[in-house]
Design a protein. Structure first.
Length: 507
């Protein structure tokens, strides 16, 4: 187990992911919440930070239980911090150093830089630099502009590097982390999806015993993988509820329900379309619609869960990025929990204990765990789809007719992406029904009908996104199909806006 101490760097999560790609488990903690019991951690990594070590407000945690006692790697700010307080000198660099650099000197005698040669590309992002190394330090690498790009403290397993091994552009970054964690810290590379499934299933059995668990399935990857793990642990004591809010994709309710049943899940499909659409009547404000859909969902779910007698647990598909406590942007001591759509949705009248089998996994790990349980690629590769569904893709008020039109348009678009082999190249895609009527000529007649917008984006986490350059031939065929097949639509446009500023959903 590796402890990553977060000083507020934008790259901290990437460090954790790189470590886990080496099949070594890692956890992130804010620098001001150092765990009291460090015995589980075999190595510690200090992240970068937007602060300068020379500032009084900068993070200055007490590392006396770590430094010299456990293998320790400081990255960027972390390396500067280890220098600054141990006899080194950190000062502003003459030029701020951002981006590409190459190692011009490498001390290959030390295990740390094994198999990493001179010329290797590294990625810098700092404005302070280590002018003098701390006491007892040995320089291990330099670049043209940064003399002390890597160092170690003699006689300790303490290392510092000025560049960022966690970013893609540091070519040998993963190798360097492997050298530190495996060769120096002696960690085993045994954190694999299979091992995760095995230990999690055992833990769930232990924790839940023969009590009953309720889980809301959404059709998405997270809730499906969470359900599968629980199913392996407790079988039919897991009661899954899959609600049709009337705003799902075309045929999604039936086909997903079918897939869940094939997986052996004890799942009940609840068609509450009418209840949702009724409650939404006349509401055109995006947040208003979200609130109604959220409220009705809780009502329906609550009704259904009361039908499961003596349920004691509520399972949720919460994943690690939803829960990581982050250091506030100012670098100050306050730690905030990121808010997320899926966190905190539990009404307190549902007095159930919460179980979250995926709470330590990143999204890509959830997929790998699902694959190791032989879940279908169709479920594991499904695009994200918002909880309020088509409700926030119909701009303005929602009617059953508009839902039906948008379901047809969306199905043509998404099926087309699959047929053309484009689906897996896109992170998320969908169609928006615009509150715009425009003129068309169809045959000899003038029509005044709806306009739809198609959106397909590339992203890693939905926080930033760019539109996908879909082939013209595909767009041409899709537009034709939509206009010819969907009554009420006479115009199709493609959204070529990036996020920021344009959010993925139009509402
Ligand atoms: P935006 O539109 O904010 O979307 O760029 C980012 C990601 O979040 C999804 N999204 C939602 N998911 N409830 C959800 O569960 C919501 O209200 C909601 N709004 C947006 C969106 O589909 C995208 O993946």
């Amino acid at each position: 187990n590796v402890l990553i101490l977060d000083f507020g760097s934008q790259y901290t999560q990437l460090i954790a992911r790189r470590v886990r790609e080496l099949n070594i488990y890692s956890e992130i903690k804010p620098y001001n919440k150092l765990p009291e019991d460090l015995s589980d951690y075999k190595a510690v990594i200090l992240s970068g930070s937007p602060s300068s070590v020379r500032s009084e407000q900068a993070p200055h945690p007490d590392l006396s239980d770590i430094k010299g006692k456990k293998p320790l790697l400081g990255i960027c700010y972390g390396a500067q911090y280890l220098s600054h307080f141990h006899g080194g000198n950190v000062a502003p660099s003459a030029t701020r150093e951002y981006g590409r650099a190459n190692l011009s000197y490498v001390n290959s005698e030390d295990d740390f830089l094994q198999d990493i040669g001179e010329g290797s590309q590294v990625w810098m992002s700092h404005s302070d630099t280590i002018k003098e190394l701390p006491e007892g330090a040995i320089r291990l690498a330099s670049t043209h502009d940064v003399e002390n790009a890597a160092y170690k403290i003699d006689g300790e397993a303490t290392y510092g590097i000025q560049f960022h091994p966690e970013v893609y552009h540091t070519t040998d970054g993963t190798k360097l982390l492997e050298n530190f964690l495996v060769n120096i810290a002696g960690l085993e590379q045994d954190w694999t999806p299979d091992a995760f499934v095995e230990t999690t299933v055992e833990e769930l059995k232990e924790e839940i015993g023969d009590e009953k668990v309720i889980l809301g399935l959404s059709g998405g990857v997270d809730s499906s993988v969470a359900a599968m793990l629980l199913h392996k642990a407790i079988g039919d004591h897991l009661h899954c509820i899959f609600v049709n809010n009337g705003l799902l994709r075309k045929n999604e309710f039936e086909s997903v329900l079918d897939q869940y049943k094939h997986m052996g899940l004890n799942v009940k499909g609840v068609d509450a379309s009418a209840r949702f659409l009724d409650a939404l009547k006349g509401e055109s404000d995006p947040e208003g619609k979200r609130k109604i859909i959220g409220r009705v969902f809780i009502e329906v779910f609550d009704d259904e869960s009361h039908k499961v007698e003596n349920a004691k647990w509520l399972a949720q598909g919460t994943i690690y990025p939803d829960r990581i406590e982050s250091v506030s942007a100012s670098g100050g001591p306050s730690a905030v929990i990121k808010s997320h759509h899926n966190v905190g949705g539990l009404p307190d009248y549902m007095k159930l204990k919460v179980v979250e089998p995926l709470k330590m996994l990143f999204k890509d790990e959830v997929r790998r765990v699902g694959a190791s349980m032989e879940m279908s690629p169709e479920i594991l590769g499904r695009h994200p789809f918002p909880g309020p569904g088509l409700g926030i893709r119909i701009l303005g008020d929602i009617t059953p007719e508009k839902v039906a039109i948008l379901q047809e348009v969306d199905a043509i678009f998404v099926d087309g992406l699959k047929k053309w082999g484009l689906y897996d190249k896109v992170w998320q895609a969908g169609a928006m029904l615009l509150p715009v009527d425009s003129v068309g000529v169809m045959g000899d007649e003038r029509t005044y009908e709806k306009c739809v917008a198609l959106r397909a984006v590339e992203s890693t986490d939905g926080m930033t996104a760019d539109w996908v350059n879909l082939p013209y031939e595909f767009l041409q065929k899709t537009s034709n199909d939509i206009i010819n097949k969907v009554k009420g639509v006479n115009r199709v446009v493609y959204d070529i806006s990036s996020k920021p500023p344009a959010t993925i959903e139009w509402e």
